[in-house]
Design a protein around this ligand. Structure first.
Ligand code: GTP
Ligand code: MG
Length: 460
């Protein structure tokens, strides 16, 4: 959905609740923009004409002559505020009734309801943060683990941004050296430019960031584990056992699970997001079943680990082989299920096929703890190394960093070969600088910016 206002140009004064809606101890309403102080004073008449910056002041909120609440108001004058504009934070009692009344009064006095992420967008627009840092704000809010929060905080502190600024300086220097090479081709050997070492170091650092990024994502959101297998293999039963509650419907009818279900369990305090999906079926299906299966496959593609269930009580089928192929590239545990009713020949066949993989045999009915399955999950969780000096990287940033790494590779290789083809190198340099500009948001298209901020919540 396109926004009604051009957020890039708009300079209205905006207001929104920045704490979660609902009953709470306190609620914080933020007002930002040129009229922030004036509008806040319209609701808090005791607020002085020139309040002391960044000092909490206790004032009464009065709307249309009626006292509403006792609040604490803090004024952050431009440019030293989160948004870079005049910003007022009104902290009142956390009652939705009071909050709605205050917001209504602010809107009727001339404020506009803030769009999702608009406060941070303004911070970006006013160069309080770059785009990398703005994305880190969202990553910090949405982090589901302490590790994830720590990674986001280093990005917010500018760890990645500073590296990009440094790299840009080196590339510009390299560009200047290349230009002089064009002019004095005979006298200099470009492969010996000292700044080349810096560029190589930066390239290697980017390589490490890209290598760590998938792990860091798991650290931030938890381990996504999909329970896959053909219909009726016992997926939902296993899901329920791992959760310790009857969350999913179980029945002897094939095709019981239609849509996917996700629930989180904790292993050593770390979130493991388990997803039960519709069973795989190779025969023709109705439209709804196919859609359910497609959703399951999508989950599978983005899974960090897979529990691949094979029913030991029935002969294996084409669906099992297809599922085997689809999950073989994943970090997976093959689980032979229904061992209480197992057919010896089938078990023999499963062992032949999967005995050498991560493999276990279970009976979810009689063995509710499933120690082998839990052990596999725990091993995955413990394998997630927590590294110092890392930071969160969004999918957008990862794509740009990959492109940047490629350009830097070409630049370094060209220079090392001694016969660089100066024009080509200059073009690669220009593109590398372009990647950096897109990362930090200096030359990022409006729709990309809009997409980034639309993932924020209102009030941030
Ligand atoms: N005997 C026995 N039956 C089991 C075991 N695990 C599951 N079942 C039964 O197998 C049937 C199918 O189980 P579900 O958990 O619904 O299987 P599913 O893979 O989720 O099935 P779909 O959602 O239809 O793909 C049910 O009747 C379960 O009670 C087991 O270890 N032993
Ligand atoms: Mg099921």
């Amino acid at each position: 959905m396109r926004r009604q206002v051009d957020l890039w140009l708009d300079s209205d004064t905006i207001a929104a609740l920045s704490t979660p809606p609902g009953i709470s101890g306190l609620a914080v309403v933020r007002v930002s923009g040129p009229r922030a102080l004036e509008l806040a004073r319209a609701c808090a008449p005791e607020l002085p004409q020139f309040p002391r910056p960044r000092r909490a002041t206790r004032v009464g909120l009065v709307i249309e002559g009626q006292p509403l609440d006792q609040a604490v108001v803090t004024v952050f004058p431009a440019p030293n505020s989160y948004t870079g504009e005049d910003l007022v934070e009104i902290s009142l009692h956390g009652s939705p009734v009071l909050v709605d009344r205050l917001l209504a009064a602010l809107f009727s006095a001339g404020a506009r309801r803030a769009e999702a992420g608009e406060f941070t967008l303004r911070a970006f627009r006013n160069r309080r943060v770059d785009l990398i840092q703005a994305e880190a704000v969202n990553a910090l809010i949405h982090a589901r683990t302490l590790d994830g929060a720590r990674l986001a905080l280093s990005s917010l502190d500018g760890a990645l941004s500073r590296r990009m600024v440094r790299l840009r300086g080196h590339l510009i220097e390299l560009g200047a050296a290349l230009e002089s090479e064009i002019e004095f081709a005979e006298e200099q050997h470009i492969g010996s430019i000292p700044v080349l070492d810096e560029v190589k170091r930066a390239r290697d650092e980017i390589g490490v960031i890209l290598e760590h990024a998938p792990f860091n994502e798991i650290l931030a959101h938890g381990l996504n584990v999909v329970i896959a297998g053909r219909v009726n293999a016992g997926k939902s039963t296993l899901f329920n056992r791992l959760l310790g509650q009857e969350r999913a419907l179980v029945s002897s009818r094939p095709g019981t699970t239609r849509d996917f279900l996700t629930e989180t369990i904790y292993m050593d305090g770390f979130p493991v997001n388990l997803t039960d999906v519709a069973g795989w079926e190779s025969e023709s299906l109705d439209e709804l079943e196919s859609r359910g299966i497609r959703r399951g496959v999508e989950r599978l593609q983005s899974a960090d680990a897979v529990l691949f269930l094979v029913d030991a009580s029935r002969p294996m089928s084409a669906a099992d082989s297809e599922m085997n192929r689809m999950t073989s590239g994943h970090c997976r545990l093959v689980v032979a299920t229904k061992m209480d009713r197992a057919d010896d020949d089938v078990v023999k066949r499963i062992r032949e096929l999967h005995g050498a993989d991560d493999y276990c045999e279970v009976c979810a009915l009689n063995d509710p703890d499933l120690p082998m399955v839990r052990q596999f999950l725990r091993r995955r969780v413990r394998g997630l190394a927590r590294r110092e000096n890392d930071f969160s990287v969004s999918a957008r940033q990862r794509e740009l960093l990959r492109d940047l790494e490629e350009r830097l590779n070409r630049i370094c290789a060209g220079l090392e070969q001694g016969n660089p083809g100066v024009e080509l190198l200059a073009e690669e340099l220009r593109r590398a600088l372009d990647c950096i500009g897109r990362l930090t948001g200096e030359i990022t298209a409006g729709d990309v910016i809009e997409a980034v901020f639309s993932r924020f919540c209102i009030g941030k």
